[in-house]
Design a protein around this ligand. Structure first.
Ligand code: GTP
Length: 231
């Protein structure tokens, strides 16, 4: 594949983690710079956008996965090119899940870029997971690692994710025959302005970088698996 063709192929990122760790909060924070307190949580949300990656426009698809959809984890593994694994520093169980997922990714998707994020670092008094423990685990499995507070500020989070996208793009150039697919399950398209408008309030200006938001229900997720397997 030529460089221009490769660059037009969207970078596909799955955001994984147990319930309530802040997957939706950090995805929306990164794309809109806004922090929103509550989100719907029973389904995957697919954000399609064009971002500046390493100084050039790059189509990016970010799947904010729903923790209530365990059976779709295989689909996410096959669909995505890179993974952001989130846990909450206030929730040891969410860290255990994230740790085993990072390990699984290192075994099943060894060539993929993986970023582990310890979210809610602002909640010092409730901390259950030490930074050094997560850092060492990430290092062992070749994953990047950062602690962030999605609630407190968007600047560090943006820096971390911008850099991660840059690494994924570089990895593409290095790797030949990467597992990118063009599978396209039937998707329910919504007006992004309307959807985010309902999340962030009617009078807020529409977010700039997102071009499309797609909600995947259970049936559509299983099609995602089938499409991925055909590649
Ligand atoms: N204090 C604090 N709260 C946060 C932070 N990030 C997210 N939250 C809160 O954590 C709760 C869960 O956030 P969500 O983004 O819905 O979590 P999720 O992982 O998408 O949850 P599911 O949809 O159940 O999978 C919400 O009340 C957020 O406002 C953070 O950095 N600090």
């Amino acid at each position: 594949m030529r460089t221009e063709e490769r660059n037009m192929c969207p970078i596909r990122i799955a955001v994984l983690g147990t319930s309530q760790v802040g997957k939706s909060a950090l995805t929306v924070r990164y794309l809109t710079k806004r922090f929103i307190g509550e989100y719907r949580s029973d389904t995957d949300m697919l954000y399609k956008c064009v971002l500046q990656v390493d100084g050039t426009p790059q189509p990016v698809e970010i799947m904010d996965t729903s923790a209530s959809c365990d059976e779709s984890s295989d689909a996410h593994l096959q669909w995505a090119e890179a993974f952001v694994v989130v846990y909450s520093v206030t929730d040891k169980e969410s860290y255990r899940w994230a740790a085993s997922t990072v390990q699984e990714l290192s075994e099943r998707r060894a060539a993929s870029c993986v970023l582990m994020l310890g979210n809610k670092s602002d909640l010092h008094h409730l901390r259950e997971v030490e930074e050094v423990e997560a850092k060492s685990l990430s290092l062992t499995h070749g994953a990047r690692f950062f602690e962030v507070s999605t609630a407190e500020s968007c600047v560090p989070l943006t820096g971390v994710l911008d850099h991660f996208l840059k690494e994924v793009k570089m990895q593409r150039t290095i790797a030949s025959g990467s597992n990118i697919n063009n599978g396209s399950p039937k998707q329910r398209k919504l007006s992004v302005t309307r959807m985010l408008g309902s999340l962030i309030g009617r009078h807020s200006p529409p977010p700039q970088p997102i071009t499309e938001l797609i909600i995947l229900d259970k049936e559509e997720r299983s099609k995602l698996v089938r499409c991925s397997r055909q590649i």
